[in-house]
Design a binder for this molecule. Structure first.
Ligand code: ACO
Length: 273
């Protein structure tokens, strides 16, 4: 990695769509402390950027990512307990930053997604993978555990399946990852991956940006919660607030007036009837 070829690239794909790209294929896009910091910075930047409505997380090269950089992990033996812990918190922060990003995040996976890379995939809202992608929670093979990624991976694949794949460190196929719920869409090849991704982007661009952020918050608020009167009240408050918001009113008015809401892309002339 050099300054000329940064390991993390922010790339404006089309209007409103920003890619966060892991760009260290020589090391199979493994991430160390520096790359983790750059990834966090990039994600925080796209979270703040008012012009970004959809975020893509992808990587260059044959493999999505080999997960945490094992040389970096090994180096930690030379650090104090406090330094080691502070460092581990950065990986945890990367996962939570990606998970909580207040915009839709599409993950594109090709080749291998091992260890921490499974965590990255689990933190995306939608994951598209090529048929040849492979996944592995390989940590135990290395005498480690999938600790910081576990809250997200267990939510994505469920406790029952986690008990198998955390313990066996088996490599599993993209088709299995889809069956487990980690991957949403399987694609024949890289071209199909791009075109399915474009379809999702088109779909997402039709939706209110604040509503998308509020939808993600809603999912986190209701998941794994007992359905109590408090939770029911909370959901009532959320719809009561958003329907009278500027964006909610614009969406309702646009529908009733049979026009596009202001966040929707202009229709191409050939689409006009
Ligand atoms: N950390 C550091 N270096 C790595 C990593 C990694 N996670 N993965 C690969 N590399 C390096 C290799 O050491 C090799 O370096 P070299 O060229 O200096 O010899 C180079 O990347 C290429 O690796 P290969 O194994 O030759 O690549 P290949 O394409 O055959 O296989 C694969 C790719 C499947 C990803 C393989 O590299 C692999 O299994 N890597 C380990 C993945 C892993 O277990 N990750 C979990 C990390 S633990 C965690 O994330 C918390």
């Amino acid at each position: 990695m050099t300054d000329q070829t940064p390991a993390v690239v922010l790339n404006q794909r089309t209007r409103g769509v920003t890619e966060v790209v892991l760009n260290y294929p020589e090391k199979r896009n493994a991430f160390d402390d520096l790359i983790i910091r750059r990834l966090i910075d990039a994600l925080e930047q796209v979270a703040r950027d008012e012009n970004t409505r959809v975020v893509i997380v992808r990587s260059e090269g044959k493999h999505f990512s080999a997960g945490a950089d094992l040389s970096w992990m090994r180096r930690m033996a030379g650090n104090s307990r406090e330094e080691n812990l502070a460092d581990a918190r950065q990986l945890a922060r990367l996962m939570s930053t990606l998970n909580q990003l207040p915009k839709p995040v599409i993950g594109l996976v090709q080749g291998a997604a091992f260890g921490g890379a499974v965590g990255l995939a689990a933190c995306c809202d939608m994951v598209l993978a090529t048929d040849n992608a492979t996944f592995c929670l390989s940590e135990v093979k290395l005498g480690l555990i999938p600790a910081t990624i576990s809250p997200y991976v267990v939510r994505a694949i469920g406790e029952r399946q986690a008990r198998r794949y955390f313990l066996t460190a088996e490599v599993f196929t993209a088709a299995k990852a889809q069956e487990l719920g980690l991957v949403h869409i399987l694609c024949e090849d890289a071209d199909a991956l791009q075109s399915r991704c474009d379809e999702l982007i088109e779909q997402l661009m039709m939706n209110g940006p604040s509503a998308l952020a509020a939808s993600k918050e809603l999912i986190f608020a209701v998941s794994h919660q007992p359905i109590t009167p408090e939770l029911i009240e909370d959901t009532s408050k959320r719809i009561a607030s958003i329907r009278v918001s500027d964006e909610g009113q614009e969406g309702l008015n646009a529908f009733l007036e049979k026009r596009n809401a202001r966040w929707m892309p202009e229709r191409a002339p050939e689409d006009e009837d």
